[in-house]
Design a protein around this ligand. Structure first.
Ligand code: KG4
Ligand code: ZN
Length: 338
């Protein structure tokens, strides 16, 4: 079969990323221009600033990725782009760039769901991995338990009813004085703390596969405020460790229960929170105990990047998915629907 080279673009949030991916799993370039330092001072992503920065950077990042992969636009077979979910103004920049290239060079265009991309990051990291498997997608905007039935068919079995796991991390981090994004900082701080020093709630223990993190976030904020009112010092490392332990217990517990119920032996982690060391360790331990195999991507493939979009675009392309010049950004695009 002829090689298929995908040029992929990801601009759904605060990373301008362009990748060149061959045959789905071979990454020739994965250039990421992050805006994190810019948003840090505001405590979170400012949508308007994100869109403007994408506009400023996109052409440069495309050039860099092509140069790194040592290809030109004429060598590209397919253009893939994230068209949702995400910030509408941010998504639009990538969608417009992808449409322009596809139109100018007369190449097929494939729209990719951002979460489908996060799941696909596992294919790049593990060349032997094939569906079906169970994927826990945990990012700044999503917390989903997904049955990946084949490369383009997904069944969402559990989802968060309020905050996403990463969102809870970022909000709790802010409350203990850590800057955005708080996830990696809590992860680091948690190692120095005692997870049993404070008992935070484990939500949604009702047998469902849904999640809820806003109650946990409130419990942490109440704990901090309560200590303040009593004039007591809190130990941020203990708060981080106890919070992380609550999040991890729930994520691991529900994922393993679903794997058991469905008889699924392969479990994958995806999304920014999949970079969490505490989660990886707890999941690793549970999988080992139950004889299941755990997959997760390298750190750089966990957070937003275009290589994962290139991989997902490749499998969508093989299935026959094509987008027209009317492709638009869809900020609340549901997974598995077009
Ligand atoms: O997937 P991602 O880059 O963007 C979205 O699609 O949302 O995820 C970003 C999220 C942020 O909330 C960030 O705090 C969290 O992932 N994150 C982590 C870690 N690294 C990133 N959360 C916990 N532990 C980490 N090590
Ligand atoms: Zn993401």
């Amino acid at each position: 079969m002829k090689d298929i080279t995908v040029l992929a673009i990801e601009t759904s949030c605060d990373e301008t990323s362009v990748a060149v991916v061959r045959n789905g799993r071979e990454v020739l370039a994965n250039t990421i221009s992050t805006q994190i330092p810019l948003h840090e001072q505001y405590g979170g992503v400012v949508p308007e600033i994100a869109s403007r920065m994408h506009v400023e950077k996109i052409n440069l990042v495309i050039k860099e990725a092509l140069a790194e992969a040592n290809v030109t636009l004429d060598d590209i077979d397919v253009v893939g782009v994230t068209y949702g979910p995400g910030l509408v103004g941010a998504l639009l920049v990538g969608v417009m760039a992808a449409k322009s290239i596809a139109f100018a060079k007369n190449k097929p265009l494939v729209g990719v769901h951002h979460i489908e991309g996060h799941i696909a990051a596992n294919y790049i990291a593990h060349p032997e991995l094939e569906p079906p498997f169970l994927c826990l997608v945990v990012s700044g905007g999503h917390t989903h338990l997904v049955h990946v039935k084949d490369y383009t068919t997904y069944e969402i079995i559990g989802r968060t009813r309020d905050d996403a796991a990463g969102e809870a991390y970022d909000k709790v981090a802010r409350a203990i004085g850590l800057t955005y994004p708080g996830g990696p900082k809590i992860d680091k701080l948690a190692k120095e703390g005692n997870k049993d020093a404070i008992k935070f709630p484990r939500a949604m223990q009702d047998g469902s596969y849904d999640f809820s993190f806003s109650g946990l976030k409130s419990a942490v904020l109440n704990y901090i405020n309560g200590a303040k009112m009593k004039g007591e010092e809190i130990n941020p490392a203990d708060v981080a460790a106890a919070f992380q332990s609550s999040v991890t217990d729930v994520l691991v517990g529900k994922t393993m229960a679903l794997a058991e119920e469905k008889g699924i032996t392969k479990i994958a982690l995806a999304g920014g929170v999949a970079a969490n060391k505490g989660l990886r360790e707890a999941m690793e331990k549970a999988c080992k105990e139950q004889g299941r195999t755990l997959y997760y991507p390298d750190l750089i493939l966990c957070t937003d990047n275009a290589a994962m979009i290139g991989c997902a675009a490749y499998y969508e392309y093989l299935k026959g998915t094509r987008a027209g010049m009317d492709l638009n950004a869809v900020p609340n695009l549901p997974l598995g629907q077009r």
